[in-house]
Design a protein around this ligand. Structure first.
Ligand SMILES: [Zn+2]
Length: 239
């Protein structure tokens, strides 16, 4: 009887431990073969989420930005392989901060082709962040498997170099940190931001990609497609 009580207690401890444990890598299906993945870093004692995305094609998986949490590089590749039975072949970083670039060197070592704009490449070097192996100077269209997407640099905003990625067939705007989630109350980290130019960049994107079904911000939720409008509102309040 004593043993049974002990076992029951042990079970209870295990369950409560399990309930407290939060997954450090969170993968959510977006639409079609698109997935948003989130990793976390401690920020003033609270877990701060960072969103990235991946796309599964017949020719392999494409990452849009790397995990922020450097313990999740290998778990991400493992999760993708076990979920889709496909390897990651390409990765594109959307600006030079480490929530976009931390995994670039790891990915490169794993024979994944890593890309950023030339501007991002140069800023990574200047600020001692991990760099991509390849860079592009102008807005570039990528074709991978049966998917097509384009990079777009609208101007400065959250950083000098922030680009967005557009998937025309699915009307997905991957905004990165240029776009704020409607869940947040402020512009977040603006240390490297250009607050004068940021609204103009947002307006250019809104005009270029007028029909947006999904808008993915760099941090927090994307439950609606109003990220650009909301970022503009936050910028107007700020200026
Ligand atoms: Zn960010």
């Amino acid at each position: 009887m004593k043993k049974i009580i002990f076992n029951v207690c042990l079970l209870f401890v295990n369950i409560s431990l399990f309930a407290q444990e939060k997954s450090p890598l969170h993968i959510q299906h977006l639409t079609d073969n698109f997935y948003v993945y989130t990793t976390y870093k401690d920020f003033n004692g609270t877990e701060f989420p960072s969103n990235s995305m991946y796309l599964v094609t017949q020719n392999g998986v494409v990452l849009f930005d790397t995990p922020w949490d450097n313990t999740q590089f290998q778990p991400l590749l493992d999760s993708i392989y076990s979920k889709h039975n496909k390897k990651v072949v390409l990765a594109i970083a959307t600006h030079y901060h480490d929530d976009r670039t931390a995994g670039l060197e790891f990915l490169r070592q794993n024979r994944i082709k890593t890309y950023s704009s030339q501007l991002t490449y140069d800023l990574c070097e200047k600020h001692n962040e991990k760099q991509a192996a390849f860079s592009f100077v102008n807005d570039t269209t990528f074709n991978v498997g049966n998917y097509k997407f384009e990079t777009y640099y609208a101007g400065e905003g959250h950083t000098k170099d922030n680009i967005v990625i557009w998937f025309d067939d699915y009307q997905i705007l991957y905004g990165g940190c240029l776009v704020k989630s409607t869940q947040v109350e402020n512009l977040g980290n603006v240390t490297d931001a250009n607050l004068e130019e940021w609204p103009l960049s947002i307006e250019k994107i809104m005009k270029k990609y007028a029909n947006r079904k999904f808008v993915i911000p760099g941090h927090f939720g994307w439950s609606n497609n109003k990220g650009l409008e909301y970022t503009l509102k936050l910028l107007m309040q700020n200026n």
